[in-house]
Write a protein that binds this ligand. Structure first.
Ligand SMILES: Nc1nc2c(ncn2[C@@H]2O[C@H](COP(=O)(O)OP(=O)(O)OP(=O)(O)O)[C@@H](O)[C@H]2O)c(=O)[nH]1
Ligand SMILES: [Mg+2]
Length: 365
């Protein structure tokens, strides 16, 4: 399955509207807060022209892009981190995510109430993050309590865990997120298992109003960029209500609509590029029978691990990978010609897959 991105934020900031804009799936959007209770889930393809070019070359009958899973989660209020309201349930949904898209209200519309008073992007972000921090503190404290009982027979690993819990607790207690804490490699490995909420990577998505589209960079976006600089989290602005109107339109009408509003690219495409860059994801392609397919992996992934992305059998029985970069394949014209000319390289298990590689895995089961 693809990457899971969760839409989080205060109520009524346009999370469901953005969900529709990104997934083209119409869902309940309303002027009243807490209109979403159960999460909306959508799977969206990652558009990549290279895949279509490679597929064209081998006359693929089936073209399968990489996908992202987008989940629209219930709005969050003060107290949620301590389990109030929908707190516990929605926190569990956030815990499953690989990336958080923190939606911030940038549009001002007097008939859509904002629970926190006047929209104030940085303060609004802090309200949400504080709740996530509380939830993590809660988790850490419970873990510490349990540990008191086991630590007497403590191994070196347990002691390292205990120290990390203490360090994290002090850091979060200052209102900082776990993602902003400097960790050693070993600590990063320990923390991975805990699935803390504030350790997850975040992209701030400013839901800008239609009236701000004409401005180069609205003030709200500037202020959030400044705010996010320290943590290194990227910021993007999308006019969700406008892009949600694209839902249900045919390709031609979509282009006309986008031209009319001066949108050069869809929010989904911009967000995907930013997300790939931020998370260090790259794409490789496979050609199997008549199917051309794109896969997303972390930069630095070896051929053997990459094979596992396609099928666990392929990783287990990995023998070698035949590799050619997509543009070279296009230049040469066919896989057969590439083989003949000796430019289809044979790589071993430790080969680090590169962005744009076309990979044919050899394996035995
Ligand atoms: N003017 C304007 N209104 C918007 C925009 N985005 C969303 N809205 C409106 O704001 C209201 C709330 O939008 P939703 O998408 O339901 O917000 P939500 O964050 O999912 O809300 P909850 O699920 O209740 O937490 C709806 O009436 C939307 O039409 C926008 O960019 N401009
Ligand atoms: Mg909603």
């Amino acid at each position: 399955m693809g990457f899971q991105c969760g839409l989080v934020g205060l109520p009524n900031v346009g999370k469901s509207t953005l969900f529709t804009a990104l997934s083209s799936i119409p869902v309940e959007r309303a002027k009243f807060p807490f209109s979403t209770v159960e999460p909306n889930r959508g799977i969206v393809p990652v558009m990549d022209d290279r895949l279509f070019k490679v597929a064209g070359l081998v006359s693929s009958e089936e073209i399968t892009p990489a996908t992202l899973k987008i989940v629209d989660i219930a709005g969050l209020i003060k107290g949620a981190g301590r389990g109030e309201g929908l707190g516990n349930r929605f926190l569990a949904h956030i815990r499953e995510m690989d990336l958080l898209l923190h939606v911030v209200r940038g549009f001002s519309s007097p008939d859509v109430p904002h629970l926190a008073g006047e929209p104030d992007p940085c303060r609004d972000i802090e309200i949400v993050e504080l709740e996530l921090i509380f939830a993590d503190l809660n988790f850490i404290e419970k873990k510490q309590e349990k540990m008191v009982r086991t630590i007497k027979s403590g191994s070196a690993d347990l002691i390292a865990e205990k120290e990390l819990l203490e360090k994290l607790h002090a850091h979060l207690n200052e209102g900082q997120t776990a993602r902003s804490m400097l960790l050693s490699e070993k600590e990063e490995l320990i923390i991975e298992d805990w699935q803390l909420l504030t350790v997850k990577p975040v992209i701030y998505v400013i839901n800008t109003g239609e009236d701000e589209l004409v401005q180069q960079e609205p003030e709200t976006v500037k202020s959030v960029k400044l705010f996010a600089e320290e943590s290194g989290s990227p910021v993007i602005s999308i006019c969700a209500s406008l892009e949600a109107e694209l839902e249900g339109l045919g390709e031609k009408d979509k282009i006309l609509f986008m031209n009319e509003y001066g949108l050069k690219e869809t929010g989904l495409n911009r967000l995907t590029k930013l997300g790939y860059d931020y998370l260090g994801l790259i794409t490789f392609f496979t050609l199997k029978g008549r199917e051309a397919r794109a896969w997303a992996i972390k930069n630095g992934t070896t051929a053997k691990r990459g094979a596992g992305k396609v099928h666990s059998d392929m990783e287990r029985g990995f023998i070698a990978a035949e590799v050619i970069s997509w543009d070279e394949l296009i230049r040469i014209g066919s896989l057969a010609a590439a083989k003949e000319k000796g430019v289809l390289r044979l790589e071993g298990r430790d080969y680090v897959v590169r962005d744009g590689d076309v990979v044919l895995f050899r394996f035995k089961v």
